[in-house]
Write a protein that binds this ligand. Sequence first.
Ligand code: SAH
Length: 352
Amino acid sequence: MSLQDELIARIHSNGPISIADYMAECLFHPTYGYYTTHEPFGTAGDFITAPEISQMFGELIGLALAQAWIDQGSPTSFTLAELGPGRGTLMVDALRATAQVPGFHDAAQIVLVEASARLQEIQAHSLSGYNVSFTADAETLPDAPLYFVANEFFDALPVRQFVRTRTQWRERLVGLSDSGLSFGLGPEGRQPSLDHRLDDTQEGDIVETSPQMAPICATLTSRIARFGGIGLAIDYGDWRSLGDTLQAMEKHSFADVLSSAGWADLTAHVDFETLAASAVCAHSRLTTQGMFLERLGITDRARALAHNLKGEALDRHIAAHRRLTHPEEMGNLFKALGFFPKGMAPPPGLDV
Ligand code: SAH
């Protein structure tokens, strides 16, 4: 049996499922889910993320978190959290870069929020030199100042899709056709959470919502509001998303969303407006990744690292810098949104 067969049997008996349910099964099914079974990251995997492109990414994020910790009076005990840490590369680079910041490591309780038990094992291995704890659920983070980063985490949360009719919406569903899984539409109805989108959409437009995003963001930002800290969410997407952004990636190429269940990574662009609106603390302006990394000093760091490199390694390093920051590469598509306590300064590299 494959995940595809299992889903076909389930839809056959119970009827069509939402795209969010489909995405959740594809990513986290206990036997066949993509994150349950695959090693997705890096050149040998299905996609490459910023921390895997260059150590500079994690280093600069680590230093930004440490600077905010200093700016907020260096609380003596705080949570240093990462959501969806993948292979753990970002946190390893962040911790190496902040090792010299007096008191930072001693005060940090490192928590990795990761839903995949298999990835937790890989992260534990990457971070074997550190005292790290794991949780699958951000709800269980301690009541303490929270300094967190989430890189390409929110794009992995399942989305529902709605197609605009003249005055209401129809949900896009995954059902069956003669050839297997196929997209269809549910009945027309009002979607109160999408009332505001009737103003900027037309009949036939698709909008996406992420049921888990707001509760997770509220959980994280309520700690920042109560105890202090900052948060950095970095992802692809835009202020207000429009259109079908669901995509499947396999071996660095786009795959068909419905024929790759459990085999390909499934993501959707992040609607940063909804993310910001779910925050209980203050949030920054949405800033492109290129601008954010420039402000954090990536060019100086790139020059310093370049001194010790030559030949192919130097070429790779220059290409990595360009890939992270150039507007035609990840620089504009990826954005950073920061969270911080009301009345305090926004995170380094971001403004209001
Ligand atoms: N941040 C990493 C990996 C991004 S892939 C990087 O930049 O390389 C998405 C990560 O989020 C994976 O580790 C995946 O298992 C995790 N993840 C996805 N949904 C999750 C959820 N609901 N709760 C916790 N972790 C989740």
